[in-house]
Design a protein around this ligand. Structure first.
Ligand SMILES: [Zn+2]
Length: 166
């Protein structure tokens, strides 16, 4: 009788612990390791302060602050940290959110993880190669995917397609 009760309490405690870890753990760090793996101080040196705060600390830029919101030329949006091409201009659209938005990433460009802010689960999007945080993906995008990749412009760099090669 006593053993059984102890077992139940023990089980509940483990469950609670796991639950708390789930709520708290990995809310910012995507699962590594990544192909490009640098120390925090290296990233701090390589990136601008604004880039570092978004890519490494998962901050969100002020809406409307990125010049990439208004970028309409043909080209590629690449990771600001490791230059991996992430999105084609062909999948960019105006979501009116103040953040550069796309309905589909390039093949094998991004990874996702789940983060929890105020118990609300969101799907975090990061660079597949360096793990840098890019933004989030939501299910209220346009056809053909219905997805909205809501990106921080500061986490990306735009590479215009060269004339004639588009
Ligand atoms: Zn990257």
């Amino acid at each position: 009788m006593f053993d059984r009760r102890a077992l139940l309490i023990g089980g509940a405690a483990v469950g609670l612990f796991v639950g708390l870890r789930w709520l708290h753990g990995s809310d910012v760090q995507a699962a590594g390791p990544f192909e490009i793996d640098k120390s925090d101080s290296e990233w701090r040196r390589l990136l601008t302060k604004a880039q570092y705060e978004v890519l490494r600390l998962h901050h969100t830029e002020i809406p409307g602050s990125s010049p990439l919101n208004h970028e309409t030329r043909a080209g590629t949006f690449a990771c600001a940290a490791c230059d991996l091409p992430l999105f084609s201009s062909e999948t960019k659209y105006d979501s009116r959110t103040g953040w550069p938005s796309f309905y589909r990433p390039l093949p094998n460009a991004v990874g996702t993880s789940t983060d929890h802010i105020l118990l609300m689960a969101r799907t975090e999007v990061h660079c597949r190669r360096c793990g840098g945080h890019l933004g989030h993906v939501f299910q209220d995008g346009p056809p053909p995917t219905g997805l909205r990749y809501c990106m921080n412009g500061v986490a990306m760099k735009f590479i215009p397609a060269t004339a004639g090669a588009a």
